[in-house]
Design a protein around this ligand. Sequence first.
Ligand SMILES: [Zn+2]
Length: 356
Amino acid sequence: MMDNEVDVFYRELPKVELHAHLNGSVSCPTIEKLISRKPHLNIGHGMTAIGKGQRRTLDECFQVFKVIHQLVDTEEDILMVATDVIKEFAADGVKYLELRSTPREEKHTGLTKKSYIETVIKAIKQCKSEGVDIDVRFLVAIDRRNGTEVAMETVKLAEDFMLSSDGLVLGLDLSGDPTVGHGKDLLPALQKAKNCGLKLSLHLSEVPSQLEESDLLLDLPPDRIGHGTFLHPAMGGSQGIVDKVVKHNIPLELCLTSNVKGQTVARYSDHHFKHWYQMGHPSVICTDDKGVFSTDLSQEYQLAASTFDLSREAVWKLSHDAIDCIFAPDTVKQQLKQKWIYLKPQVFHYRETDSL
Ligand SMILES: [Zn+2]
């Protein structure tokens, strides 16, 4: 399968994207615009995306983010990036999107963490006013590398926005280089966030030998898990951990291409999606970083279907069941389910003409 050569069924399939980092989602055309704004940085294209067939270590992937951060350091950049990303997801058939990003301050441009989040919200509102057919929400990210104090500040900031953004800011993400820092230092901040009503999506067991940390953080419990690659006993995790995830019914955000290109999973057929999906556990297909990993959500659904032999009806159910895992309230879930009902005959009709 060539990049972008995705069956029309997967493009037309209405989709929910729950694990998308803003900076990692920036596409090639947007990177080009950023590079032309900042020619003095001397940044080449190959430094920001991992093409088909290419792989990088997880560490190298985090280097890519450093380059993107250099390119995105003003309110103007963030507005353009967020607007482009939202429109690209909409064009890919995503009807509901939760974007996440770590607010950054850049002293030399006057960017503050507060204005960073305000600008993302402005982009969401702009797209809405232009009639882009997608419901977008935002999760404020805590970068685990930055430690306890910054995590506490971020929770405060997220809480303020949760109360003032008309439901656009819904929760928190815990992410960043999984080999740095320990979850126990962030536990008080995450607990505080939970107590004030912020939803929690935590990157857990993205790398091996983090079971102890995952076990600790699962007691919160979080509302969703990012990756959870090494939780299952078949991946070196433990049954006790799986039992905990099942007991709390915590959905997993699963990103096939990200894990394969980032080399934490050897090949698609080894992806832990199969274990959780077979158990009937809520498993949501996501992109993680569609720009960095040169993918989109339609491709990820098609990859899951071809790798694990899912029927079109099963793929439909997979995208439909993701609605129950969103952080927006029940009224939004009901609206989305109506949309899926409305679109179904259309999507399956396309498939019929396709095969004629
Ligand atoms: Zn992620």
